[in-house]
Design a protein around this ligand. Sequence first.
Ligand code: MN
Length: 138
Amino acid sequence: MKIMYVEDNPANISLLQRIARMGGHDVINYTNGEHALNNFAQDRPDLVLMDLQLEGRISGLEVVQLLRQRGFTTPIVAVTAYAMVGDRERCLEAGCDSYLSKPLPIAELVELVQTYERKMQPIVNSPSAPKLNGAAHP
Ligand code: MN
């Protein structure tokens, strides 16, 4: 799976890279929202983790809004250090699928990556997946 992590904090970037590597995933990092936006169509990530406070002129939420306006349906998980009341709602309104608050909870992050990986499986494997003929194996 290709994970785009839009984040400007080096500690968080290396944490996510370690977690992704354990699962055999690739990470593309941008510290600047505009760079992420401009390269999105070319990068075609399977999952996006989006910090809200970024380098450059636009915030993570603005990046999400623009991606959704442009028709991208890629799952986006917001990550923010400011776990304020209403934050979650703002993220979901902007078009995020879910939300994690910092400091990044490692176990939840691992589980999140696995969850999206599983969601992808049927799409990735469907053309070549063996037919089950009704009877499930015990
Ligand atoms: Mn930040």
